[in-house]
Design a protein around this ligand. Structure first.
Ligand SMILES: Cc1cc2nc3c(=O)[nH]c(=O)nc-3n(C[C@H](O)[C@H](O)[C@H](O)COP(=O)(O)OP(=O)(O)OC[C@H]3O[C@@H](n4cnc5c(N)ncnc54)[C@H](O)[C@@H]3O)c2cc1C
Length: 313
């Protein structure tokens, strides 16, 4: 196979000659990751990237996402790619196998992501958001939140997003006005409007679990008074079955110069007063919790740049 996206010799050099990666297999956590397994993971990632993700990149970019009556349709070709991606369990490569992860060393996952991002990074954005949102549930979720959401997110049955930005709160996220009011149970009523939400709505998955930054009534101004909530698109009952639509409506998508395969959504929460969420982590600690996902996203942006440069070369 011609060297596209990334040069396999370069990847092998970094993993084996520079990092001596298979030495990690002497630790119990990575005992299964000997050289043979690592090479197999990289080969499988490369195959999927070259045979499925790269060929649909151009068509997806040309078709883009479309918006109609609150629903967002992703490029048709993404459905097949997503089915393969889920089947290969690529969303949660480094995470706990008990929750649907593969328990891989990060460096091996980065080598796989190098191929995936270089082949089709708008497609990868959907997966990166699902993973990052899942990580928040893993780090800060109660046992019940983990039970209800985590495996379905890590295996890609459900998607994820991140809702920080508002029209008057971008860099200055502490200015946000989305409000949370405690209900008579362990839920909060959420109201507000968010903009620029990647994968905020899409037809790739049957449910989307949204981490949302909001201010609990009476909390301090600025970032000190921000809490993090888990707000599902479709409510999930205690037994894991679906409840009602959670009054979280996509009101439009941006027309962008690039990344056409990933929708950048405006979202209205609680327009009918029926949007519910549960607190994720501690009250007023939402900003520091959110950094777990934001920092992962920042590293992924670096990886996207590297992978696109590598593919261009
Ligand atoms: C494609 C895309 C996807 C996105 N996805 C998401 C998402 O999934 N979830 C989400 O919550 N948000 C998302 N965002 C929003 C993104 O996080 C914001 O765009 C970002 O926080 C900047 O906010 P802003 O656009 O309001 O710009 P502003 O904050 O208005 O900044 C405009 C300019 O002013 C500068 N500036 C701002 N404050 C200062 C200051 N104090 N001193 C000096 N200079 C300053 C900035 O550097 C920038 O150059 C997305 C944005 C894009 C473009």
């Amino acid at each position: 196979m011609a060297q596209q996206v990334a040069d396999r010799r370069d990847v092998d050099f970094v993993l084996h000659e520079q990092l001596n990666i298979e030495q990690l297999s002497k630790y119990e956590q990575f005992v299964d990751f000997n050289k043979k397994t690592i090479d197999m993971v990289v080969s499988e990632a490369r195959n999927l990237a070259l045979k499925e993700l790269l060929p649909c990149q151009k068509e997806a970019d040309e078709q883009g996402c479309s918006f109609k009556n609150g629903t967002v349709t992703v490029p048709e070709v993404f459905h097949r790619a997503y089915a393969f991606f889920r089947e290969g369990e690529w969303i949660a490569m480094c995470d706990d196998p008990d929750w649907g992860g593969q328990g891989m060393p990060s460096a091996v996952a980065l080598a796989a992501n190098n191929y995936f991002n270089g082949a089709n990074f708008p497609f990868m954005l959907h997966n990166i958001l699902s993973h990052g949102a899942g990580k928040l549930v893993e780090f800060f979720g109660t046992d019940k939140q983990k039970e209800l959401f985590l495996e379905n997110m890590y295996t890609g049955l459900w998607g994820g997003s991140m809702l920080l930005t508002e029209s008057e709160a971008g860099s200055d996220v502490g200015a946000l006005t989305t409000k949370a009011v405690k209900n008579n149970n362990d839920t909060y009523a959420i109201t507000g409007n968010k903009i620029f939400i990647s994968s905020g709505e899409n037809n790739l998955v049957e449910n989307i679990i949204h981490p949302v930054l909001a201010r609990i009534e009476g909390a301090p101004d600025g970032t000190a008074g921000i809490s993090l909530f888990l707000v599902p698109k479709i409510w999930v009952n205690d037994d894991g079955s679906f409840g009602e639509f959670n009054d979280m409506v996509c009101t439009g998508i941006e027309k962008k110069m690039g990344i056409h395969g990933n929708p950048t959504c405006s979202m209205a929460l609680g327009g009918k007063g029926q949007c519910r969420g549960t607190l994720l982590g501690q009250e007023n600690q939402g900003m520091s919790a959110m950094f777990v996902m934001m920092n992962e996203a920042r590293l992924h942006v670096g990886m996207q740049g590297f992978s696109c440069a590598s593919a261009s070369y």
